[in-house]
Design a protein around this ligand. Sequence first.
Ligand code: SF4
Ligand code: SF4
Length: 384
Amino acid sequence: MIFADVVIVPCEDYLQEHVDEALAKVLEPIGGLSFVKPGMKVAIKANLVSFMKPQSAATTHPALLCSLVKMLINLGAEVTVGDSPGGLYNKLFVGKVYSATGVYAVEELGGKLNWNFEQSEEHNDNALIAKDFLYTAYLKDFDAVIDFCKLKTHGMMAYSGAAKNLFGVIPGTVKPEYHFRYPNVMDFANMIVDLDEFVKPVLSIIDGVVGMEGNGPTMGTPRQIGIIGASLSPHKLDLAAAYIIGLRRENVPTLQAAYERGLIPASVKDMSINVDIDNFVIEDFKRIENYNSIIFKNELPGVLGKAFGGIVNKALCSVPVVSNATCIGCAKCEQICPAKAIHLRNNRPKIDRSQCIHCFCCQEFCPKGALSVKRPIIARILNK
Ligand code: SF4
Ligand code: SF4
């Protein structure tokens, strides 16, 4: 029987016995794994964003993945863990990501890792934005997909959780192209919600034992949050998890897009949650404040309104900034920038602001964390 929209349980560390206990508890009030039938093929879409060790708090922790794999195998399922990280979508590249993130551990328990790197072209008539898209084809071989994400800040989307995790069904090499195709943050958010609706995960789980604050989603700081959350809806789970780190629906583009489609209520207070969520809120969580421009791009009517919105948006929009002291001149940002807005001069990146589409791919994939998101002073003043 299902008796909560979202379930949150405390979990203080990644000791396997603690994680096993917490995961069993978090699944029970939403019907557990009752959908699993013997012989069923289940894919776990983890967040394996890059070559990051578990302690960096950028990826779904392997202890949690092991715990879920064990539970599913005990129920007779065939289980595969996969993701398409940023970068090449092939055996060599993704294999290195599997190594760094510690997910080979699932093989010792009878789980598999995905080695099918085919891509398929999909069409979704029901999509608002992403009607035609390239897809990581392995997911089509499964009876059910579980979305197992990580709780993090995000340069472009303010927050990364269950909805954003499913952007990982787009092959890594073409992800930058999607940023270029949908430079408006709400279009990008709607594209992600389209993907969520297409994949339709049967279950979404968030690893918030240790999340990431600050310069997320890859170069932020690990922060003890001490929770695992679960829901049948990725968006409801995000509404609750974002609230814990101080974000509301209107601060997170994917939540706003989900709300406009009637997928979530206006507020976390309108959902049934098994705990008093206010007891889990972290007041001083370091967020990336990069979301107020959404209002200007979407709410001003008419041609003049749009033009004015564009000017205001430009003045308020956060920008990537380089720390020359931390930069090693590797040129990765120049290679990844979908707008070709970055060029190295004297071994340091120079950003052409007129070309920048504020996707923050450079910030996400700089291996040294030399790029961060900066909010213009005027935006900070207006927000006060
Ligand atoms: S990716 Fe980072 S370290 Fe490399 S050149 Fe760009 S800013 Fe510098
Ligand atoms: S400079 Fe950075 S934020 Fe701007 S378009 Fe290029 S990758 Fe995206």
